[in-house]
Design a protein around this ligand. Sequence first.
Ligand code: ATP
Length: 473
Amino acid sequence: MEQKSIVSLRNINVKFDGEVILNNIDLDIEDKEFITLLGPSGCGKTTTLRIIGGFLEPDSGDVCYEGKRINGTPPNKRNVNTVFQKYALFPHLNVFDNVAFGLKLKKLPKNEIKEKVKKMLAIVDLKGYEKRSVSKLSGGQQQRVAIARALVCDPDILLLDEPLGALDLKLRKDMQIELKNIQKMTKKTFVYVTHDQEEALTMSDRVVVMNNGKIEQIGSPIDIYNEPANAFVADFIGEANILDGTMLSDYRVRVLGSELKCVDKGFGENTPVDIVIRPEDIEITSPEDGTITGDVVGVVFKGVHYEMEVKTGGCLLLIHSTVSSPVGSRIGMRVDPYNIHIMNKLFPTAYNEFEAEVVSSSEDSPTVTVSIEGNEIELENGYYPKGTKLRIQLPPDGLHIAGDGVGQLTDVFIESVIWKGAYNEIILESDEQKWLMQSAQDEQVATYVPICFDFSKAVISPAEDSTEDSDEI
Ligand code: ATP
């Protein structure tokens, strides 16, 4: 049966202060589903929610309600209500009056208000709490009052912005189950925002994984866990070993120095890929029986399973297993082909490739200064005449974040940081291009950093369309 979309976002773009906050968002929200916008802080979840609620107008794109464009319709004319992390209850009113507030504004008859509030309090498990002062309730109870107040006016859609964020872990887990039950009982569309992946997986019919103002993947919790679209999603959802590999041909991949069977095809031959293997999908065997061998360097008992760190080649693998081997032992490992997930790399090439024009040079020293995004930067070796356009290939370890804060390019945005078992693969974005960097250090995503180039690691040659009289000496 075809699902009916209640809200559709089409090519939504938003900029704040010149920064792209939402980048071509396309999303169909089905009637009566529990859908969660999930992603790291600052990725644009709340902005998307505010657009659905009518609190913010996109710079471009269409917001549709049951197929009709509703851009410009104010929040109170949309059949939508919102629950925030801060409950925003009226502290001087009791539970009943807080929940009844919207109904009184609508001037409904007293009896009807009483009946609706009673019914709603039963749904949120606060039967008999009518006369209590909200300021004397626990955090979880206050949040239930806020949910009852939002639902009692019978909106088609409830928008929930990190509503459980202020609660302690145990209460949050209880409330997750309750919220899902409330959604089922009331048969409303819930659009939920969180940066907590476990919360998203527990409650949602579908999860929308967002990063840097873009949607990376939309799918059921099982789909996004088992079939992540790329390394970002795999890293964000659950624990994962994300490794560099090469697709040798259809169904054959090289990873960790071994050639393994997999179930993927269509990547071409000898194509660099990202490979995801979940920790629970690595089976421990004797060294002779494994397709990969490694040395156990760490074991922690986690209650249900052991968490083991195993060194193989230069990589550390994370394994979750109900059996363990002691630190220092050599083990074999096997992975079912079905559990080896192959993905296109987030960065399309293995090198940074760019062109830069020589703005000054000295044949004697010899030094060359090039312009990169308007910054004059000295190359460490070689000589090319002024005006020469150079093609520069810089490997990922030829880029550094300037520890002293003084970079050759400043305000470079960290788009993603993925641990590859031996180093962090970091993708950055400057004004004009993206950069691939390798670093042993962890860096904070969605921050701006200064970067430096190590041109001693670069391959530099005149670009093909460079001035004819410019050649290397
Ligand atoms: P969080 O989980 O931290 O709430 P989020 O994914 O909900 O993050 P948004 O609140 O949508 O993120 O914000 C996305 C980006 O837009 C952030 O960088 C934020 O600083 C910026 N931003 C949001 N609102 C404004 C505004 N009114 N003016 C300028 N920048 C804004």
